[in-house]
Design a binder for this molecule. Structure first.
Ligand code: GDP
Ligand code: MG
Length: 693
């Protein structure tokens, strides 16, 4: 069945691991009548954790999509992984949803991933709510969690539902807006009833907060409220919808997935109040490269964005697609703007977890799947015709962990490469490349877990044996003082000889300027037509420095003089002369090694702060700053890359698995002494051989 734009909602369920997202998703599907029985995560049979790797490990690894019909609305739900290793699929679900529901464990409150996801949503100005989960467990506290949210995010939260009791005394939730209670019935669906007398006061106080929140959405409503002291139900709805779509309020919900509780009132909220695509806008780049707003609009010609690519054992390649404008029809023709190619659309599906259901068309705002597409890849823009804007791609974090990999049997290397490319297509935070400089195939991603899962899958399915090791660091070399040298390349063979003389000076440039070539030849000492040869020689010389064979950077090379021979000179002679002159000068210029230094941000619970700091100082780290909010510390530091190659493993052991970090290249810094000696020694075996042509 196909739904029109105003009847579609897209909600991503996200949050820290083990907060109960997958269970919530499963039991929402049960409450919404999609499945007749909710399965436990432990059974490996839930709707959303369906891949073999998820069933084996009992955690969510990939985003899953399903939909529920409620009050004539189609609500698409994403279940997303909680581990930062799989953040790519959380980000794509945020990109495709107009509302995010953050699951927060009623016992632990805001955790590290909650904070990171909250910031990510801030960056998108995306409306969000909090679902306080696991209220049936001992020590669960709704008010504690709200206070925690308030402290950590400096924002008020407005309960739309609130729990009746907690732990063993948990009875269900109150639907504040509609003035009803929903009583938990264990395995059976929750039941509507009167608010019990002991919760009446709390419900009335919560309603008061909700009315104020609704008035905040709209100035005229605020006036009504001040005049009359209350708002009508219609006014309430209108005000709340506005306040939410402008991201002015954060609604809170409570419940217990396993007790099927707090789900129906949330579905009502999602259907009635949560922002949907109808009023949303996406952003793209037009043909002039300017960023433009693209309102979701069913009336315009088709435009859509491929948000995810997955491979299914039976159906093959699946391209997940969000329709932004117009509609996408099965058995039609579309245009892939990113590839500049036509694409034949065959069958079109929506899904309930792994189950695909064929549909004839999908309207703006909806999310579906195109099977076996020839050209689609994640981030591609799909339109009705050529020459259209392209949607802004998913904004993904840089990899934090890398390993070098190779197949044990040489013959398997190509096949391994092929499946690594596919893995990178499926998860855009995973990258695979051949580093020509270090001569290694390097894969990188968001953590050891992500990388191991990908490699395990290839090992198991493709029967490829492989080995991994810590990747080599891409060091650089540079010079610290001016020097000059000259070199004459001269060869007298039978026929033509070779002759070229180059005189040059080299000088250090500021860090990051890489290379400057200055031709200061007077009076044609080297004829113009040989200068390109000279420059080639310099470039070759700089490709492998004299210390350890690493590329040379931040050097100015000035050619001051030379000599040629009318018969024997050639481009090659000058190239070789220049290369050797450069090397000679470099040896005289007090060269030094440079190492890449990364800028690192670490999030840890405060109790681990001391250990993390001392670990960082042992890693030659320079602490730049530190903030602490509500028990969670954020540390910013600069640390040499060589010390961070296994940081995802080290941080895990220092913080019992709770810490997380992001890292990006910052600058190159000189390195000397014993460390430099070791690098030079290690590079000996690796040094680019000097070849005489
Ligand atoms: N008692 C109780 N346990 C829950 C509830 N929701 C989830 N759990 C349990 O919490 C664990 C993690 O749940 P899961 O849904 O996989 O969390 P996710 O990592 O956020 O997807 C599982 O053992 C669930 O059975 C709940 O409402 N009550
Ligand atoms: Mg899960």
């Amino acid at each position: 069945m196909s739904y029109s734009t105003e009847n579609i909602k897209n909600v991503s369920i996200a949050g820290h691991g083990q907060t109960g997202k997958t269970s919530l998703f499963e039991h929402l599907l049960f409450a919404g009548g999609v499945i007749s029985r909710a399965e436990t995560v432990e059974s490996g049979k839930t709707t959303s954790d369906y891949s073999p790797e998820e069933i084996e490990r009992k955690i969510s690894i990939h985003a899953a999509l399903a939909h529920i019909e409620r009050k004539g609305k189609k609500i698409n739900f994403f279940d997303t992984p909680g581990s930062s290793d799989f953040t790519g699929d959380v980000i794509l679900s945020f990109r495709a949803s107009e509302f995010a529901l953050l699951a927060v464990d009623g016992r632990s409150g805001v955790q590290i991933e909650t904070i990171k996801l909250w910031r990510n949503l801030d960056g998108r100005n995306k409306p969000r709510g909090i679902f306080v989960t696991r209220m049936d467990e001992e020590r669960a506290g709704f008010e504690n969690v709200l206070a925690d949210v308030k402290e950590k995010f400096k924002t008020g939260v407005v309960p739309f539902t609130m729990p009746m009791g907690s732990g063993a005394a948990y009875k269900g939730v109150i639907d504040v807006l509609n003035g009803k209670a929903w009583f938990a019935q264990g395995d059976a669906p929750e039941k509507e009833g009167e608010i019990p007398p002991e919760f009446k006061d709390a419900a009335a106080a919560a309603l008061e907060r909700l009315i104020e929140a609704a008035a905040e959405g709209d100035d005229t409503l605020m006036e009504h409220y001040i005049d009359k002291g209350s708002l009508s139900p219609e006014e309430m709805h209108k005000g709340l919808i506005e306040a939410l779509s402008e991201n002015k309020i954060v609604p809170a919900f409570a419940g217990s997935a396993l007790k099927n509780s707090g789900l129906v009132p949330f579905l009502d909220f999602a259907a009635d109040i949560a922002p949907g695509p109808a009023a949303a806008r996406d952003s793209g780049k037009n043909t002039n490269g300017e960023e433009v707003d693209v309102p979701v609009d069913p009336g315009k010609p088709l435009s859509a964005l491929v948000i995810k690519t997955s491979y299914d054992q039976f159906s093959g390649k699946l391209s997940w697609i969000k329709i932004i404008n117009g509609k996408l029809s099965a058995d039609s023709e579309a245009f892939n703007v990113s590839e500049n190619r036509k694409e034949r659309i065959g069958k079109l599906y929506v899904c309930q977890g792994k189950k695909l259901e064929e549909v004839k068309e999908l309207f703006a705002g909806d999310i579906g799947i195109v099977a076996k597409s020839a050209t689609f890849k994640t981030n591609d823009t799909v339109t009705a015709g050529e020459n259209a804007l392209q949607f802004v791609p998913l904004r993904l974090p840089d990899p934090v962990h890398a390993v070098a990999v190779n197949a044990l049997a040489k013959k398997d290397d190509d096949k391994l490469g092929e499946f690594l490319v596919r893995a990178a297509e499926e998860d855009r935070t995973f990258r695979y490349s051949f580093n020509a400089e270090t001569k290694e195939a390097v894969i990188s991603g968001m953590g050891e877990l992500q990388i191991n899962i990908i490699l395990d899958k290839i090992r198991a399915n493709q029967k490829i044996e492989m080995e991994t090791h810590v990747p080599r660091v891409a060091y650089r070399e540079t010079i610290t003082k001016k020097a000059g040298a000259e070199y004459t390349h001269k060869k007298q063979t039978g026929g033509h000889g070779q002759y070229g003389k180059v005189v040059l000076e080299i000088a250090p440039l500021p860090r990051g300027e890489k290379y400057r070539f200055v031709n200061a030849i007077f009076g044609g000492a080297i004829p113009k037509n040989y200068i390109p040869g000279v420059e080639k020689g310099i470039v070759e010389g700089m490709a492998a420095g004299t210390m350890a064979g690493y590329p040379v950077v931040d050097v100015e090379v000035k050619i001051t003089d030379g000599k040629y021979h009318p018969v024997d000179s050639s481009e090659l002679s000058f190239k070789l002369a220049a290369r050797n002159a450069f090397r000679e000068a470099m040896r005289q210029s007090s060269p030094t090694l440079l190492e890449p230094v990364m800028s690192l941000t670490v999030f840890v619970e405060e109790k681990y702060l001391g250990d993390v700091m001392s670990d960082l100082s042992g890693k030659r780290g320079k602490i730049l700053g530190q903030d602490s909010v509500g028990g969670i510390a954020e540390i910013r530091a600069q640390v040499p890359q060589a010390e961070l190659l296994r940081y995802s493993i080290d941080l895990r052991s220092v913080t019992s698995g709770t810490g997380s970090f992001s890292v990006e290249f910052d600058h190159y810094a000189p390195i000397a002494g014993k460390l430099a000696d070791e690098i030079i020694k290690a590079a000996e075996a690796f040094k680019v051989q000097e070849t005489e042509e």
